[in-house]
Design a protein around this ligand. Sequence first.
Ligand SMILES: [Zn+2]
Length: 248
Amino acid sequence: MSLFRDDGIVLRTQKLGEADRIITLLTRGHGRVRAVARGVRRTKSKFGAGLEPFSHADVQFFARGSELIGRSLPLCTQTQIIAPYGNGIVTDYGRYTAGTAMLETAERFTENEGEPSVQQYLLLVGALRTLSRGEHEPHLILDAFLLRSLAVNGYAPSFDDCAKCGIHGPNRHFSVAAGGVICGDCRVPGSVVPSSEAIALLSALLTGDWGHADACEARHVREGSGLVSAYLHWHLERGLRSLRYVEK
Ligand SMILES: [Zn+2]
């Protein structure tokens, strides 16, 4: 039996029995962790209050057995909310749908429970903070998060040099299968020719050039979102349900 403590973002909660919940968190040091919070659904219980999706919490876990994740899940024995990002997210439809897609993407990219994924964790904390403060349009924050998540998981798209032969850009053709923009010689069936503005926007979102991204015209933002969505779906093999509800 062991105690460990970590901070993490609540990705999901599920009912368990009469009064308990299973909480899924993406933690800083232990990757994705599922744990049982006892008694949190009793109305007077203060324990576990605030363990809701989008919350950033400091949690003490009590693991029964040497395995972090085994047949019996660890218990949450103490929790402290660091930042209730949900307060600034769930009251706004655009923020809520973008935030839900972020949580789902983070979960999909951390399939092995207990395996640390610090970069994915840091991306999620930063994106939820930005989203809850309304610093940029929700769909731009989402697309930046999706592109960076792809990048930290080894699927960085190229928006300048040809993704196949490496010839310097600008390159006009775009192919999700090839990994981004490609030159005329490397063009493959199914590649498209997006506007140069949409490609420049995606490049800005990937590198964090918000001045450029915030000034983009709506039609280029929509076009860029379509490319991000196609690219993400290709790599995750099946679509993310929540992306369908994101307002464009
Ligand atoms: Zn090429």
